[in-house]
Design a protein around this ligand. Structure first.
Ligand SMILES: *Cc1c(COP(=O)(O)O)cnc(C)c1O
Length: 393
């Protein structure tokens, strides 16, 4: 380990095979062979550290996880098929019937469904605080509260939560602090520094960064990861070795990609702030962001998600999307390609207006996942959609 992000992301590599390959080989194998009965016995007894079966471990998965451990400053980690399987396995491994979670209203949609639809089946309830009222969270902690679970910046409102303050509250009440660090990546923010016990990622987003594979990872304290590993080894949401190989390659370019994503996003956010057809722009590194000071404290740069509100509400939001020419209309984010979405008429259309407003989704809100195209082309496309929109409003 070099303790330099870029170097570790490139150089922490699985040992070379007999062929002395430079780029890591792909171990597309479901199982591994043993020398003899004693080797097999000792391996299953965990007296030896070795690969047995790819549902448990695989050299490609280990390479990806070892890099992520170094980049997040964690003790240990385990990789999953998707971000959601990483999140579900964390709850499955660490919670028991009757336990309680405190979380923020603005969490990823499927995580919210775990809280509202599935965990209650095992008598695990969740209480929520609002992203801009984090001070109310202490009053939600009960005797049976086991986990404080948050995302920052949040989706899609890009609200910022103060990790240091939350970490101290979790510690004071002796509850586990779990942070979904997907929007920031380990390059921009390391929640463990601020007291997180576990960090989860959807590797599908900026970590792959090229819209190719799904993946997830959980990183943090060794004894917690051990429980999560055992849960996964028995329930089976393992990351495919092929996807692990792709993701490990992706990490090699994460720093330079995220630098450019953030540079483009800041330029777009600054321009939108001056646009006459835009009501509100939110980006963590804009001085006008309500939590700008906190964002500066805990993030290296502002990330690649910019949200803004087109004047004219729901219909104007839909029209804006129809006028977009180059950017993609897609549900993914953190891709090389710039992606625009209109949450009120798509991902969050099933919520009531009141519930939408509670998570910061106004009718005209547009979420832009700013990509790596030339910034002039991104700005031109968004400008022309805003301008033609205006004529019709
Ligand atoms: C996409 C996403 C997830 C889920 O990840 P998948 O890889 O799609 O399962 C979880 N949290 C956040 C913040 C996300 O953006």
């Amino acid at each position: 380990m070099s303790n330099h992000f870029e170097t570790d992301a490139i150089r922490l590599q699985t040992e070379r095979s007999q062929f002395s390959e430079h780029s890591a080989p792909l171990y597309l194998t479901s199982s591994f062979v043993f020398e003899d009965a004693e080797d097999m016995r000792a391996s299953f007894a965990e007296e030896k550290q070795r690969n047995l079966y790819s549902r448990f471990s695989n050299p490609n998965n280990s390479e990806f996880v070892n890099k992520m451990i170094a980049l997040e400053g964690a003790e240990d980690g385990y990789a999953f098929a998707t971000g959601m399987s990483a999140i579900f396995s964390t709850f499955g491994a660490l919670l028991s019937a009757g336990d309680h979670i405190v979380s923020c209203r603005s969490v990823f949609g499927s995580t919210h469904s775990l809280f509202t639809k599935y965990l209650p089946k095992w008598n695990i309830e969740t209480s929520y605080f609002k992203a801009n009222e984090a001070e109310s969270l202490e009053s939600l902690i009960q005797d049976n509260t086991k986990i404080l679970y948050v995302e920052t910046p949040t989706n899609p409102g890009v609200d910022v939560l103060d990790l240091e303050v939350l970490g101290k509250i979790a510690k004071k009440h002796n509850i586990l602090f779990v942070v979904d660090n997907c929007f920031a990546t380990p390059y921009l923010q390391n929640p463990i520094q601020f007291g997180a016990d576990l960090v989860v990622h959807s590797a599908t987003k900026l970590i792959d960064g090229q819209g190719r594979v799904l993946g997830g990872v959980v990183l943090g304290k060794k004894e917690l990861i051990r429980e999560i590993y055992l849960f996964s080894r028995n329930t089976g949401p393992a990351l495919s070795p092929f996807n692990a190989w792709v993701l490990s390659k992706s990490l090699e370019t994460l720093a330079v990609r995220v630098d450019r994503h953030c540079e483009n996003a800041l330029k777009l956010a600054q321009l939108l702030e001056t646009h006459e057809n835009v009501n509100l722009v939110k980006y963590p590194f804009l001085k006008s962001h309500p939590k700008y000071v906190i964002a500066k404290k805990q993030m290296k740069q502002g990330g690649n998600i910019v949200v803004f509100e087109v004047k004219g509400g729901l219909e104007a939001g839909r029209k804006f999307l129809n006028k977009i020419k180059m950017c993609s209309l897609s549900a993914n984010l953190g891709d090389t390609r710039t992606i625009v979405t209109h949450p009120a008429s798509t991902t969050h259309s099933k919520l009531s207006e009141e519930d939408r407003l509670e998570v910061g989704i106004t009718d005209g809100l547009i979420r832009v996942s700013v990509g790596l195209e030339n910034i002039k082309d991104i700005i031109n496309d968004i400008n022309q959609a805003l301008d033609s929109n205006m004529k019709k409003v």
